[in-house]
Design a protein around this ligand. Structure first.
Ligand SMILES: [Zn+2]
Ligand SMILES: [Zn+2]
Length: 372
């Protein structure tokens, strides 16, 4: 799908550099990935605009393009790639890019995938349960937007180093003992930049702070690593960008404890009389409160559960459970009325011995029996 660069920017073939710049600025504002998160169309447009601007903003490249446009067709780029990487550039650019990138050395002329980036993000327990979107801010090196990575001020080009004729090395000494060392004028890159780009100072890279929106799936667990494809560092020589990995830290909840099986647990205090007589008690849920039944004769530590009220299970429409651990609260002090009631209860239950079985076994094991 060969796209005409002038058409892409919406300018005429005779447009001035100023008109091209203005059109570019307008379109970049419109299609910038930060403004259109997860919008593949906008990302695609953005890449096309950048590729068109790469060429038309540079008088030399523009001249080449004008004279033999066919060579430059197809500014697509791989899906999910980064908006700044070279793969957004049209084919036929390869030679120019490899020349440019040779300057920065390291890794040879082969395409090199961008580095993956790692960051942490802390979210509240409620956001982890409900799912949310958060914005992560990460510093990263991006291809300089002013010079498109060449390091040369727009309108100028890097030139072959006159001292080493582009070899990047210089021989020192004579005859048998000559040694090669990096050319002092170009630093070994083989190129010099007569007018360094005013934005990046000639490095071709700018240090930027990027913001990305990250979708947090409902029910996410503490420590989950979320991959944001193509938002790592820019690739070199047309290679795809790396990925961004966001490790989610979920703040603990004062109410709910997350169990290893994905369910939640809550400690619910109940009174002696609730434990004895049963009834319903109000308990917290993820969306307010509900009442659960407590059976008559509930034991300390007994578990009641509300099925399907727990965290969403990743990748399914199902939800886990909330387990309520009932703990019987024993009053530390009694008033007179309570004391009389407890005395009456003791009287009424006189003869119940919960330890009878335990002690019968203990006595049977003792060689001499017990002396009570
Ligand atoms: Zn620059
Ligand atoms: Zn040199």
């Amino acid at each position: 799908m060969a796209k005409d660069f002038y058409e892409t920017l919406g300018v005429s073939k005779k447009a001035s550099q100023d008109e091209i710049k203005k059109a570019h600025r307008k379109l970049v504002g419109k299609y910038h990935p930060d403004r259109n998160p997860d919008d593949k169309n906008a990302e695609e447009k953005f890449k096309e605009v950048q590729a068109a601007y790469d060429t038309l903003s540079d008088p030399e490249k523009r001249k080449t393009y004008d004279s033999g446009g066919g060579l430059f067709g197809g500014g697509g780029g791989a899906p999910g790639g980064n908006p700044f990487g070279g793969q957004g550039a049209p084919q036929g650019f390869g030679d120019i890019f490899s020349t440019i990138f040779n300057r920065s050395g390291g890794g040879g002329p082969e395409p090199m995938r961008g580095r993956d980036l790692e960051t942490d993000a802390r979210i509240s327990f409620d956001d982890a349960m409900a799912g949310s979107q958060l914005t992560v801010t990460i510093p990263k090196d991006e291809r300089c937007p002013t010079c498109s990575g060449s390091g040369a001020e727009p309108g100028t080009s890097p030139q072959t180093c006159p001292r080493c004729s582009g070899s990047g090395v210089e021989a020192q000494g004579q005859g048998f003992f000559s040694i090669s060392q990096p050319c002092p004028q170009c630093g070994g890159s083989g190129q010099i930049i007569p007018s360094p780009c005013h934005t990046c100072g000639g490095s071709g890279v700018t240090h930027q702070t990027k913001r990305y929106k990250v979708n947090i799936p409902a029910g996410v667990k503490d420590g989950t690593r979320i991959r944001v494809a193509g938002k790592g560092e820019a690739g070199m020589r047309g290679a795809p960008a790396g990925d961004l990995f966001v490790t989610i830290q979920v703040a603990p909840s004062p109410i709910f404890k997350r169990l290893d099986d994905g369910n939640l647990e809550v400690d619910v205090p109940i009174t002696i009389t609730e434990a004895l007589r049963g009834g319903t008690v109000e308990v917290p849920t993820l969306s307010g409160t509900k009442r659960i039944r407590v059976g008559a004769g509930t034991q300390h530590g007994a578990i009641q559960r509300l099925r399907g009220e727990g965290p969403p299970r990743a990748g399914t429409k199902k939800r886990g459970d909330i387990r309520y651990r009932l703990s019987v609260v024993i009053p530390k002090e009694l008033n007179d009325e309570q004391r009389r009631a407890v005395d009456a209860l003791a009287e009424a239950t006189n003869g119940d011995d919960p330890r009878a079985e335990l002690l019968r076994s203990a006595r049977a094991r003792s060689p001499k029996g017990s002396d009570d």
